[in-house]
Design a binder for this molecule. Structure first.
Ligand SMILES: Nc1ncnc2c1ncn2[C@@H]1O[C@H](COP(=O)(O)OP(=O)(O)OP(=O)(O)O)[C@@H](O)[C@H]1O
Ligand SMILES: [Mg+2]
Length: 408
């Protein structure tokens, strides 16, 4: 396996209020204003923090092998785009080094890479030239690019008149078809419609598998990350938290970014709810142990404060996979509920759920299905598979894994 990108202890410190507006053109305008003593055209009105700094990346190291699709994930502001900009040489690291073998095509935020005054056609050739291709080589790819982008009607219009969706369509088509050795794709795809996004994800897969080219892919779409990537880097506050397989790293991301626990107790000031009902605590009790495994039952205990009485009150519990997929709903019987403390327990039986990460919401309901309050994401937990004893091969799919009665 040959390493094509080596990121070695890279840190990036931004000087807030100085250069660093996001695009090269506006950064140059800011720098020029600084040199000539004019007002910075990009200075924000509330920019009081001229002297302060912000660490966008700290000591980031990783290697990327040829033909790999490396995902970079993390919350907003984690440093993903900064990393891609450093690799695309749009900005330089404050310390550390990067080594890159091969021609890079980058698809960063909408606006980089294209010249606004030039037509779509001219921009295709300009980008080809930047990637070191001859006119004849670009010519050969031209129809394919325009066809993929779906903007042929506007190919001779200056790109400054394009909508952001059209812009991204053409930019992606160019980047993916001009045979760069390394393709860098930031979130820009989210600008396009769902159909185009799907087409792009398919193309990225082709580029990496068919031609053995390397792809760096930043996205908040965890399904796409799991589908496309061989390996994933998890960034948090500029630092690397985890590098590993998509399944484990995406899981680590979810766990760090939801309040992942089996017990929660609220105080008077932070209890969720409204004038009719508040949640005081929720807790998860595993039957026979501390580790929740698929063949163990679990009791979920809630304590609410009801601020008025209801004649016909009930609960509606919803179980979600932590990725958002709705697994099931279960509604309690209705009962007469008096104002005051209200306790409820429900038991999830053993051998119902598959292993995985789950989240529970509970909706308090009044007579006639009138929702009083939906307590979302009250508890998150992981169910472990304790039956992987050599008899099972790989993951067993599905959200539930019920133990059915077999008649044999
Ligand atoms: N040009 C800049 N000048 C100053 N600070 C910046 C600049 N660009 C980014 N930052 C700061 O650096 C941090 C990392 O930003 P970055 O854009 O890399 O995050 P991200 O992971 O791409 O986030 P998102 O998911 O929102 O795209 C943020 O706190 C951001 O505010
Ligand atoms: Mg970003």
């Amino acid at each position: 396996m040959s390493v094509v990108i080596k990121v070695d202890q890279v840190s990036k410190i931004y000087q807030l209020g100085q250069i660093g507006t996001g695009t090269l053109a506006s950064d140059l305008a800011s720098a020029w204003a600084g040199i000539t003593g004019k007002d910075d055209p990009n200075k924000k009105i509330d920019d009081e923090s001229d002297k302060s700094t912000h660490v966008a990346l700290r000591d980031v190291s990783f290697d990327v092998n040829r033909g790999e699709v490396l995902g970079i994930i993390g919350k907003n502001g984690a440093g993903k785009s900064t990393m891609l900009k450093i690799l695309s040489r749009i900005t330089s690291p404050t310390s550390g080094s990067i080594k890159i073998k091969g021609r890079i095509a980058s698809l960063l935020e909408v606006g980089t890479g294209f010249h606004p005054e030039l037509s779509g056609r001219d921009n295709v050739f300009l980008n080809g030239a930047i990637l070191g291709m001859t006119k004849a080589e670009v010519n050969r790819k031209f129809d394919e690019i325009v066809d993929f982008s779906g903007v042929e009607k506007f190919i001779d219009t200056p790109v400054k008149r394009y909508s952001s969706g059209m812009y991204v369509r053409l930019a992606f088509a160019v980047a993916a078809h001009l045979e760069p050795e390394i393709l860098i794709v930031d979130e820009v795809l989210s600008v396009g419609d769902a159909e185009f996004q799907k087409k792009c994800l398919g193309k990225i897969k082709d580029v990496s598998t068919g031609d053995g080219r390397t792809v760096l892919f930043v996205s908040h779409n965890m399904e796409a990350v799991k589908n496309l990537c061989n390996r994933v880097v998890l960034l948090e506050k500029g630092g690397v938290i985890d590098i590993g397989s998509p399944a484990t790293t995406v899981n680590a991301y979810f766990k760090r970014n939801t309040n992942y626990f089996g017990h929660v107790k609220y105080s008077a000031t932070n209890a969720p709810g409204n004038e009719t009902i508040i949640l005081l605590s929720a807790d998860l009790k595993i039957n026979g142990g501390d580790i929740l495994e698929i063949d163990k039952g679990v009791a979920i205990n809630f304590e609410f404060e009801l601020r008025q009485s209801f004649d016909e009150f009930n609960y509606s519990l919803n179980m979600f996979a932590i990725t958002g997929e709705h697994i099931f709903n279960s509604q309690s019987a209705s009962f007469k509920a008096e104002k005051g403390i209200l306790k409820a327990s429900c038991i999830i039986p053993p051998n119902l759920m598959n292993n995985g990460d789950y989240s529970i919401s509970i909706l308090a309901v009044n007579k006639g299905s009138m929702p009083l309050f939906n307590f979302e994401n009250v508890l998150q937990f992981e169910i472990f598979d304790n039956r992987k004893d050599g008899k099972w091969f790989g993951e067993i799919g599905g959200a539930v894994r019920p133990k059915l009665d077999w008649i044999l």
